[in-house]
Design a protein around this ligand. Structure first.
Ligand code: HEC
Length: 126
């Protein structure tokens, strides 16, 4: 008869858990980012080709309408841009535009457009 005796040396591996700097500190920043209308002035050039049509009406036949964003609530604009970025809103052009924006860009642009009012002087960047 053969008795199989297997002895396995018990090895205690010394596990060293390396805990790096927590990234958690950064994860909440996106929501707390403060927008600056002035900082947006260099960022809205792209928007003007569509959102700065006089009176926000592209009434030429076959030309689509573009929503007026000047004067909208900043939180609404921010949420809209986030929704394009996440894909929740499907418009292809706005998705690609918002897709390249950082939270700071979105916050700045939101403040910029929210500061526009019906009585704002004509602003070529509106
Ligand atoms: C090529 C034209 C074009 C450009 C450029 C463009 N947009 Fe738009 N934008 C549109 C159209 C069209 C819509 C409506 C899309 C839809 O139906 O969801 C829209 C929608 C939006 C909305 C949502 C408005 C609402 O009432 O819900 C926001 C906010 C917005 N754009 C911001 C911007 C910003 C900021 C930029 C520049 C960084 C920009 N857009 C550049 C065409 C454009």
């Amino acid at each position: 008869m053969k008795k199989l005796s297997i002895t396995q040396p018990s090895r205690l591996a010394a596990l060293t858990l390396s805990i790096g700097l927590s990234a958690a500190a950064f994860s909440t920043q996106a929501q707390e980012v403060k927008g600056s209308a002035a900082a947006a002035e260099s960022k809205v050039w792209l928007c003007t080709g569509c959102h700065a049509i006089p009176d926000y009406r592209a009434d030429y036949p076959l030309v689509y309408r573009v929503p007026k964003i000047g004067g909208q609530n900043a939180a609404y604009i921010y949420a809209a841009l986030e929704a394009y970025k996440s894909g929740e809103r499907k418009h292809p052009t706005m998705r690609s535009i918002a897709g390249s924006m950082s939270p700071k860009d979105m916050a700045d642009i939101s403040e910029y457009y929210a500061a526009q009012t019906a009585t704002s002087p004509i602003n070529p960047l509106k």
